[in-house]
Each structure stands twice: as structure tokens, then as C-alpha cells.
Design a protein around this ligand. Structure first.
Ligand code: ATP
Ligand code: MG
Length: 416
């Protein structure tokens, strides 16, 4: 089944509201095997809405509208749906009674504007709204479904889940079998991945492989549709894992901090962090994971050299000779945090986030990650990260966590 999504609202066209309704609808429909082939955004204006639906009718079996179902003068979806269905607007007695009862229970008069909400296309199916007053609308004509949902995001989400998708599921043949898997990677670029897949002539028949770059790392999403979808996706997943096992940190939606949390918990290890250029980002991200107190003892933001020396016991001569941004300092910070916090494993980050502070020998984006654990050799890793200050800090935090993952698995190599 092919679908067009039409989102309605002047605030979407002016850029004041981000179109999250489209994202939700597209994700939900795509995940159920519907092919979303077009997205149109139109203002609160009758002709724009009509022409968008007419354009969609050419090639879409499903047309979903969002917004404009309310009672105010700029809400035109009820009228346009009536015009498209070829029926007049008529008062829905049940809805009018409900609106009256609600107004009475709140001790408010029911305004003429509010009652307009009950004027709906005659004979057109209503979709129950579990969280608001305005019902959705649904009619079918010449094998096409036209469906209107409210614009308020919480109402749209509830109705997509509870009304739209069950109705589509009940229609034989509307939803295709779909299988999908996401493999999340860190430390390899999309072009290197693509090159290796080409070199090895990986068979991608029956699936779509999407490269989804994140602030740090690339997600690989494999999607198959049709009766053999699950087998095709499994075959490609196996081929990807065989080649990229080391850089794949998660399967599905899991974040790097969740993966690290799991590893620490399984091993019964306590983590401490010492951060310079990331300013607490690593600690923030680890403690975002529910239950992190089981594995995280604490962290220190040691920005000034004096604090690195006094609170983390980084030797003064290391700071003087190797410098604050160096492999030696990163390892000394990790060792200091390990001892001071009584942790089993410690992660440290020091680097130059910019825009100032870089030099030829130590340019902006140079970051060292240090790792230490009780009774084992400390490790460091040198990174040269691209981007502005914000991106460098985010990337440093993510890759530091990835270094920790590999350190815990015993596969952290000394250099990048
Ligand atoms: P209401 O009954 O509240 O008027 P409605 O169905 O008429 O609802 P709109 O008036 O179009 O919907 O939008 C209501 C609010 O929902 C908007 O102010 C906007 O904040 C939000 N909204 C509408 N469309 C979208 C969208 N596509 N993405 C995100 N938010 C949206
Ligand atoms: Mg409205």
C-alpha cells in the first residue's frame, strides 16, 4: 500500500512548529509495511488542502491528513472532508450532547464556536479520540482511504495507535510483511562500510540498506518487505555482523551508554569518570540510564591543570612535559579517578574543543581518552574529531564511552 501524508497548518509553513506529526505517521506507517511516497504540507486554506488530496489520489491508496479538525475559523478539515466525500456537514447529535455535558460539568457555557466541532461530514465514519474531543474522520472512495486526524500531537499519536493502525490491520492486504534491524556502529565511516560491502559483493537483494549518520557513528538500517522479508534481513544482518562485529555496539535502538551500563552490571564493576573538555557530558549520559547507581560511583570535571593535579593526582611533571591534552595526562586522570573514587574502572577525557586553544601540534578536535582498571595496564586513545565545539564535545563523550566498551571487552587498541 502506498500512502501520502498531508500535514495542515500555517504554523508548519512558517517554521514555528516542527512537523513531528509527519515523523510519527511516517515512522508508524513505514514500520507496518506501508510505503509513504509523499509528504505535503499546506496552510489552513481550502484550495491548498483540496489540491493536495487531489494530487495524492493519483498514486496513493491511503491519504492521511493531520490538523485543522478543531472548531475555530482556521480549522477547515471537516469542510474539506465533506466536499471530498460529496456529503453535507451535519450536526453529530452524540458529539454535540457530549460537548454540552462537558461544558455543563465545567460550569461553562457552550459557545457557538465550540459546537461547530460537532458539525461533521454526514455519513462519514468517525475515529474515536481517546484523549480529546474532536474525532477523526475516515471514508473510502474508489479503493482509496482518506483519513483525517487532529493536529495536537498527543491526540494524533493516540489515534494513530488506537484507531488508524487497527483499521488498516483489519483490511486484508493493506499492510505488507516487513522486517527491519538496525545495527549501530562507532569508529568506522559510512564510505568505508560501503566500500567493503562493494568489495565483498554483498548480496542486498530483497532489502534496502540505509546508512544513517549520527553525531558520532553510523547506524545501518536493513529493511525488507514481502513474504521473505525476515529471511532476507537475517541474511544481510549476518553478512554485516561477520564483517563489522568489532565496530557494532548495539542492535536496535540501544544507546552506547546503555550498552556500557549492561556490560558494567554483568561484570559487577563500578565506574568513575574524570572529564576535562566534555565538562561532565560522560557522567550525564551514564546517569541518564535508569539504574545507573548500580554501576556509577561518580565523576569529576577537572578543567584547570591545578585541579587535575590536586584532585586527580596527575603528576606536575606530566602536565608540564606532555601537557594537559596528552595520552599521559588522560591515563593519569583515569588512574587518579580510579583511586580517589574507589572504582573498578575509570574513564577520562581531555582535549581541545575549540574554537580557540589549538596549535599546530595540538589542533582543535584533538582528544585523548584514558582508561584504567584495578590491577591492569592503563590505556589511552588519541582521537582527532571534526566539527564545532558542540559537536566535538558530543563526539568525544560518545567515543569515550565506545572506548570504555572495547576496554571492558578487552579489544581496545592503543591507537585509532
Ligand atoms: P484543535 O482542536 O486543537 O484546533 P486541530 O485538529 O484543529 O486541533 P491544529 O489546530 O491544526 O489541530 O493544531 C493544533 C496544535 O497542534 C497546533 O497549534 C500545533 O502546535 C500542533 N500541531 C499541529 N500540526 C502539527 C504537526 N504536523 N506537527 C506538530 N505539531 C502540530
Ligand atoms: Mg485548530
Amino acid at each position: 500500500m502506498k500512502a501520502t501524508v498531508i500535514t495542515i497548518g500555517n504554523e508548519l509553513l512558517s517554521g514555528r512548529t516542527l512537523d513531528s506529526n509527519f515523523a510519527l505517521l511516517a515512522r508508524t506507517l513505514t514500520g507496518a509495511g506501508v510505503r509513504v511516497i509523499r509528504h505535503l504540507t499546506v496552510g489552513d486554506e481550502r484550495l491548498g488542502m483540496l489540491s493536495a488530496v487531489r494530487a495524492a489520489e493519483i498514486d496513493s491508496e491511503l491519504i492521511v491528513l493531520s490538523g485543522g479538525l478543531g472548531p475555530t475559523a482556521d480549522d477547515l478539515t471537516r469542510e474539506v472532508m465533506a466536499e471530498l466525500a460529496g456529503v453535507p456537514l451535519a450536526e453529530d447529535g452524540e458529539l454535540a450532547a457530549r460537548l454540552r455535558a462537558r461544558a455543563a460539568s465545567l460550569g461553562r457555557p457552550l459557545t457557538a464556536v465550540a459546537i461547530r466541532q460537532a458539525w461533521l461530514p454526514a455519513g462519514v465514519a468517525r475515529l474515536r479520540n481517546p484523549v480529546g474531543e474532536a474525532p477523526g474522520l475516515w471514508f473510502e472512495r474508489q479503493g482509496r482511504i482518506v483519513c483525517a486526524l487532529p493536529g495536537v500531537p498527543s491526540e494524533l499519536a493516540a489515534m494513530t495507535r488506537e484507531s488508524l493502525m487497527p483499521r488498516l490491520r483489519a483490511r486484508a492486504g493493506a499492510l505488507a510483511a516487513i522486517a527491519t534491524v538496525t545495527l549501530r556502529t562507532l569508529g568506522i565511516s559510512e564510505t568505508v562500510i560501503a566500500q567493503r560491502l562493494e568489495d565483498d559483493a554483498i548480496d542486498l537483494t530483497g532489502v534496502e540498506l540505509a546508512y544513517l549518520p549520527q553525531t558520532a557513528g553510523v547506524d545501518l538500517r536493513v529493511v525488507g518487505t514481502g513474504t521473505d522479508a525476515a529471511q532476507a534481513v537475517a541474511r544481510v544482518e549476518e553478512a554485516l555482523v561477520a564483517r563489522f562485529a568489532k565496530v557494532i555496539y548495539a542492535r536496535g535502538e540501544e544507546t552506547i551508554e546503555e550498552v556500557v551500563f549492561q556490560l558494567l552490571r554483568e561484570r559487577g564493576l563500578k565506574l568513575a569518570v574524570a572529564e576535562s573538555c566534555t565538562g561532565g557530558l560522560v557522567g550525564y549520559r551514564v546517569t541518564r540510564v535508569p539504574g545507573s547507581s548500580e554501576v556509577f560511583v561518580g565523576g569529576l570535571t577537572a578543567y584547570a591543570d591545578a585541579i587535575k593535579a590536586s584532585e586527580l593526582d596527575v603528576p606536575a611533571e606530566v602536565l608540564a612535559t606532555a601537557g594537559a591534552v596528552s595520552a599521559e595526562t588522560a591515563m593519569a586522570m583515569a588512574e587518579g579517578a580510579l583511586g580517589r573514587f574507589g572504582a573498578d574502572v575509570a574513564l577520562a577525557v581531555t582535549g581541545i574543543a575549540g574554537p580557540g586553544g589549538g596549535s599546530e601540534a595540538k589542533p582543535v578536535g584533538l582528544v585523548f581518552v584514558g582508561l584504567a582498571r584495578g590491577g591492569g595496564a592503563s590505556r589511552s586513545r588519541r582521537l582527532q574529531l571534526p566539527g564545532d565545539r558542540h559537536q566535538i564535545r558530543e563526539r568525544a563523550a560518545t567515543i569515550a564511552l565506545e572506548c570504555l566498551r572495547r576496554f571492558l571487552l578487552g579489544s581496545l587498541t592503543e591507537s585509532a
